[in-house]
Design a protein. Structure first.
Lengths: 516, 109
């Protein structure tokens, strides 16, 4: 057994971020703490020790810039790798991971979205009194999981990637320890996620049993040559259900609104953008490898199942979002319906073929950035004097007068989510539906998607009207968070959303070049 | 009697697979039916063990080490998951003094 050092170079983003995560963890562990007695922590039950070590307020402020530097470094490595990549994809670590432009593109989107998301974390944590130093290390570790998932060339690495990503996300969701909502969200997410990992293990075991291999390429070859056994289909169905759970696709979405609503806002943004992007990329890899018999006819086979998942997801997500008075929860339901649009893209990938891959990636990138921008504004709007989030529509009334910048940026983000020109969301939908039209039998699916995006305009516009045309409550208890880093982060992501909408050419060329 | 002994002596692939399905089924039943978070965690462990047993049985019958290696990986991941799960249960308990899943109702429509 030989060990090839070129593998290390090829997996440099992963190694770099792993080291970064460990460094961040150690920095946090060796930062200053103070001991406080039990009377300062009434929330803690009596059985914990008399004095607990807590970080003094603001002592972890330097962690965010350090993390940002690490993420920018990772981004630089990814850009460098794209430049030096050979035309064909390279498998590394004895067929465990594959390095190609598709994977590097999605990783780049995830790292960029995470970088734009974490800048709002310090101010948010300070305002809500949840200084939590491991936050950044966990974000970086979750990103490592995403890299493994996105570059997976083997069912083993698919499983390992999903688990690494999710374990980070569970802790992040529950990281606001004093908040009963946050720990409840973590509990719901964790129970569903752990159940899903059971489904994944069982599914992988069945596929392994039938094909005698776990490598995606070998599975494809064997399934093509011998045809598939019923156990193979059962295994594949379990994997599909597992992914549908992770992506929050109806009817496997129950956890999603609660989790995104209860988690700290920067974490919700991170999960909605990065985990969704990485999960869809992993699903596409899986479909590529394990499902060569993916019927090209949209009325039979797996594309049929996936297209119904898409329809359900879009419609139910939208219907539930209409009723919401809580903006964070509304965005959570909207992310379910966006998972539906992305599923349309996956169906198109199965029927139209490679032509749909570029548009799908464009949609992933535009959605990830838009979500980061909108969640940044939700953090920005701040909290009341008890540290509770202000996410009701009534709290946002008159935001256009009180915080004109926040209202303007939120308007752009919401327009992008609704698919208005000249924002990224418009071109995301436009390219996606155009690519799906390559197969005329998908017309019904596209009509459903268009009808759904028209419906969704209603609840996005409702927020905009509340911000600009409703009078604020006479004595608003809202304390907007004043943080330059947060404002710059939201501004940059919104500008990117606008740039992608006004000059979509560069990104769509990049997406089209992101081959397997 | 002799038939029974013979059957017991010739435990084959299918016996393991059926046992794994049973474990998986019990686990799934537990996840959906039991209301205590800790019991749900244990049920999830059963599901993972069902998956592991399937992997090992197939690895044995294929004479292939990959399944064994994957089973070890799954055990490691399950341990990490259990640690985090217990931490989350403790977190919920501190806030609510209760770990009944049905009473987790702060977040709803």
């Amino acid at each position: 057994m030989t060990f090839d050092t070129s593998d290390l170079v090829a997996s440099l983003p992963l190694l770099f971020l792993t080291v970064a995560g460990i460094v961040l963890l150690l920095l946090d562990a060796f930062s200053r703490v103070v001991l406080v007695g039990r009377e300062h922590h009434l929330k803690l039950p009596a059985e914990t020790s008399e004095a607990v070590a807590v970080p003094p307020p603001g002592s972890r402020n330097y962690l965010m810039p350090v993390t940002l530097l690490f993420l920018l470094g990772a981004l630089a490595i990814i850009v460098w790798q794209v430049g030096t990549l050979p035309e064909t994809s390279v498998t590394i670590y004895r067929g465990m991971l594959v390095v190609d432009r598709f994977g590097l593109f999605v990783i780049g989107v995830c790292v960029a979205a995470a970088a734009l998301g974490i800048v709002s974390a310090p101010a948010y944590m300070r305002a809500h009194k949840m200084e939590f130093g491991e936050f950044y290390a966990l974000v970086v570790f979750a990103l490592c999981g995403m890299i493994i998932l996105v570059q997976a060339a083997d069912l083993v690495s698919v499983f390992l990637g999903i688990e690494t990503m999710s374990l980070g996300a569970y802790v992040l969701t529950g990281s606001w320890r004093r908040s009963a909502r946050s720990s409840e969200a973590a509990m719901k997410y964790f129970l569903v996620g752990a159940f899903v990992s059971g489904l994944l293990v069982y599914g992988i075991a069945l596929i392994y049993g039938v094909t005698e291999t776990t490598s995606l390429i070998d599975i494809k070859r064997i399934a093509m040559s011998r045809g598939a056994a019923p156990l193979f289909y059962i295994g594949w169905m379990l994997l599909l259900v597992g992914f549908a759970f992770k992506l929050g696709v109806v009817p496997f979405h129950m956890w999603a609104p609660d989790t995104y609503d209860g988690a700290p806002t920067p974490v919700s943004g991170f999960m909605m953008s990065c985990i969704k992007a990485a999960g869809f990329a992993g699903l596409i890899r899986l479909l590529q490898g394990t499902l060569p018999m993916l019927a090209r006819d949209p009325f039979t086979g797996w594309t049929f199942v996936l297209s119904w998942l898409a329809v359900l997801s879009m419609s139910l997500g939208n219907l539930a979002a209409i009723k919401q008075d809580n903006i964070k929860r509304m965005l959570a339901y909207s992310s379910i319906s966006h998972a539906g649009y992305l599923m349309v893209g996956v169906v198109a990938l199965g029927t139209v073929g490679d032509a749909a891959r570029g548009p799908l990636l464009f949609y992933l990138a535009s959605y990830a950035l838009t979500v980061v921008a909108s969640m940044g504004v939700v953090s920005w709007v701040g909290c009341d004097e008890r540290g509770e989030e202000r996410v009701r529509l009534s709290d946002w009334a008159g935001l256009g007068k009180r915080e004109p910048m926040a209202a303007l940026l939120m308007t752009i983000a919401l327009l992008s989510l609704g698919g208005f020109p000249p924002t990224a969301g418009f071109f995301g939908k436009f390219y996606l539906f155009q690519a799906a039209l390559g197969e005329s039998k998908l017309l019904w699916l596209i009509l459903v998607a268009i009808a759904n995006s028209l419906v969704s305009v209603y609840y996005y516009l409702r927020v905009i009207t509340a911000m600009y045309f409703r009078e604020p409550a006479p004595n608003p208890a809202t304390l907007p968070i004043q943080s330059t880093a947060m404002k710059v982060g939201v501004l940059v992501s919104t500008l990117l959303v606008l740039a992608m909408g006004m000059f979509p050419g560069w990104l769509s060329a990049l997406c089209a070049a992101a081959k397997f | 009697m002799q038939l029974l002994v013979q059957n017991l002596l010739s435990v084959g692939l299918h016996h393991y697979l059926i046992l794994a399905v049973v474990l998986f089924g019990i686990g799934t039943f537990g996840v959906f039916m039991r209301r205590n978070a800790l019991t749900t965690l244990m049920s999830i462990e059963l599901i993972l063990n069902g998956g592991n047993l399937t992997l090992l049985a197939f690895a044995r019958s294929h004479q292939d080490m990959r399944g064994q290696a994957l089973a070890l990986l799954v055990i490691a991941v399950a341990a990490a998951e259990a640690a985090i799960g217990l931490a989350i249960v403790v977190g919920v308990f501190r806030n609510r003094h209760n770990t009944n899943i049905d009473e987790l109702n702060l977040l709803r429509y």
